[in-house]
Design a protein around this ligand. Sequence first.
Ligand code: ATP
Ligand code: MG
Length: 375
Amino acid sequence: MIIIRYDEIGLKGKNRIFFEKILMENIEKQLKKIGYGSKVYRIRGRIIVESQAPIEIYKKIFGIRSFSPAYQSGLDLNDIYNSIKLLISNKNFNTFRISAQRLWKNYNYTSVQINEILGEWVIRDFNKKVKLENPDLNIGVEIMNDRSFIFTEKYPGPGGLPYGIEGKVLMLISGGIDSPVAAYLLMKRGADLIFIHYKTNDEILKKVKNLVNILSSYSPKNLDLIVEDHKKLLENIIPNLEMIHERKWTCIFCRYSMLKKAEEIAKHIKALAIGTGESLGQVASQTLNNISVENQATEMPVLRPLIGLDKIEIESIARKIGTFNESISVKGCGCPFLPIHPITNASLEKFLEIKDAVLKENMNKKDFNYEKNRC
Ligand code: ATP
Ligand code: MG
């Protein structure tokens, strides 16, 4: 069986019951998704899972702080020691320690006493040495009111909050390195994601689908992807900007339109917020000026979890969560409509002045040749 620990800090009363309920449901569903049945129940601040599923899956379930494959035993110290013997007899080690923890405080012995007694028995029977810092083997004992658990491994989980506990977010995904990482961080904080991609070509769309699949492996369900046409965003904007000789505003209006369309869809699907992979100042276009102008598109919260991270930090998360290689698998050739000198410090005044003229329907849009400009 697997013993699962989760952070209880900040979890009180009803919140805690809700958190545990969703986490238990998510564990069951996520195991089922990879083809394994399970029995999941809760004992004294721990969740216990009985399942044959490979333990790697628990590294992908948000809300889990750490987990251990464990033996269950009774409360008698002799019983506990018998389980320890079973667990360690085929292990190769010279030094060890016992790390007992009482989750039930009325137990006959204190944690220190448990450590001392069991430690002595291990020394007596196995002729090994106690080493408190960095022992070869750390034997964990957790005492509940009616049973105990014994284990030697403690693996870190991803932490965070159970998937979906915070509600829906419509996530803009581009196929670059950043937006999948932003998606992961939002999922980790309990957001339930629906993805939207503005399609430029089939190759990038395929990559985005693969990225959504990788991200889905961290969720108890398969995540949906909505595909919109990138061309549609630009077919009015580009000819209108050309008419007023302001092509340098292309990216601002493109992003504005992405958010506007996203808001419309988010309302329809009852999402509470929009997510993006922007990081402040990372590229010349993601300045605070530009972001504040683009934000005019929506009154919905726009969540940008990467805002304070630099590229190296973002790439290191991308590698850790398994999206990096997919993100770089197809070299994006950049937007074909990228102006030579895109605006880096958009003025809100100027934006409001030209906005209506740029966004209005353009009767000459048939002349707008998206396909020809694509790479
Ligand atoms: P990324 O690595 O996520 O592509 P980036 O640093 O390349 O980010 P931009 O291309 O400027 O930055 O895009 C900023 C954000 O806008 C992206 O993180 C993503 O959330 C959104 N975005 C950009 N292009 C698209 C697209 N074609 N479809 C959906 N969202 C997009
Ligand atoms: Mg990009």
